[in-house]
Design a protein around this ligand. Structure first.
Ligand code: FES
Length: 171
């Protein structure tokens, strides 16, 4: 069952992540980036984040583009696996979704130039979610989740019940 902590906060997400990303020189937003809702599918048991991005729209953005679908929970909860929401990103291979929860103590990672960082204790990640700097375990990789179109040409969905390989891309 989804927890309320997984529900993205649209206003905070747009203001916070896009501001951070832009300040760090990371592509962000583009007008359509950002919004989304978390809805349990019929039958329950899994959680799908409905984004405001389309495959064509995101693929039209440069590699390094990051869209923010994080939650409004505490940014530094000191709780391993805390629900911090997700990032939808685009690299040279296509589109992917990763957890925004730091592998150290569950802090919310934020985009920077070339990847992500955690402001709680300083961990660093590359764009694909691999830890490049501790205290999170260097070499570990954030969870990647299935990304699919809601309908042909429709908005993208992040299925947080389905983890995928870190090399999986939608393109
Ligand atoms: S929770 Fe991210 S570095 Fe500690």
């Amino acid at each position: 069952m989804p927890s309320s902590a997984e529900t993205p906060d649209l206003d905070r997400r747009t203001l916070c992540a896009c501001g951070l990303a832009l300040a760090a020189g990371v592509a962000c937003g583009g007008g359509g980036g950002g919004g989304g809702t978390t809805t349990p599918p019929p039958g329950g048991g899994s959680t799908t984040v409905t984004t405001t991005d389309t495959k064509a729209g995101l693929l039209a953005q440069p590699a390094g583009t990051v869209r923010d679908y994080t939650s409004s929970s505490s940014p530094c909860p000191n709780s391993v696996g805390a629900a911090q929401g997700y990032y939808l990103a685009r690299d040279s291979g296509g589109i992917f979704a990763i957890s925004a929860s730091c592998l150290h103590l569950g802090g919310r990672i934020t985009p920077n130039a070339g990847g992500f960082s955690c402001g709680c204790h300083g961990s660093g990640y590359d764009l694909n979610g691999t830890v490049t700097k501790g205290p999170a375990p260097v070499g570990s990789v954030l969870a990647h989740y299935e990304v699919r179109e809601s309908t042909a040409g429709g908005v993208l969905l992040i299925d947080t019940s389905k983890t995928v390989s870190a090399s999986t891309r939608l393109n």
